[in-house]
Design a protein around this ligand. Sequence first.
Ligand SMILES: [Fe+2]
Length: 267
Amino acid sequence: MKVDRQKIIEEFGNYTSDYDISDPKIKLKVDHTYRVASLCERIAKSIGLEGMDLDLAWCCGMLHDIGRFEQLRRYNTFMDSQSIDHAQFGVELLFGEERLIDRFFDNLEDEEFFNILHDAIYYHSAYRLPEDMEGRLLMFSDILRDADKVDIFRVNVETPLEDIYNVTTSELVESKISDGVMDAIAAEHAVLRDLKHTPIDNVAGHMALFFELIYPYSMEVAREQGYYDKLLNFQSNNFETNKQIKQIREIVNKFYEKSRKKSRQAI
Ligand SMILES: [Fe+2]
């Protein structure tokens, strides 16, 4: 089994050229894909993987959001809650009747490779991975989920939040963070979809993604590239909300220091 990266890049270009690339939402997902693929490879390297494993990590990134394009065309939104689970949909497009996977690979004999690719994509945006997931599958799933989150921080800074969440600026800067969202953040974990009720809850939910990063390298990159810190410095027009965001900053910074200490001890 050999991964032909050039072919995968070309086929990804062919596939996405059927969609309107002048639509900023489409362009956003194309750029996101390349960045996540590269981050997957870097995270994989940081934990000592090499050879085919680096190819597999990269492929997970390249194909993880393949469902986004058709999701946008059919439903005109990236909000899974208002349309479909884009991760499961992507797997359906790749391995279901349409067999998109055949466009990217000449042979599918390496069963382990494609099982991991399948499951890592399927679960990449799930709130939590299945408890019984383990070994190499867990490792690659974690790599993809970390890479995706790290780049989501960039997207949330470079794209107007109003566009991401389909809300007006005043809705965004006036609203307060719901109690359930603040509780989740205080407990240092991601925010369940059902807990988000106000526009700013989505922003807080993205801040909370940091708690779910698995690999020390992912946290380092997230902080180093600066986007996450910009997100943490979101300015609201609501005095109460700014107080809440300050609280979140403190919780995140403490968590980060704790994690760094832990990973230093592990070395
Ligand atoms: Fe995704």
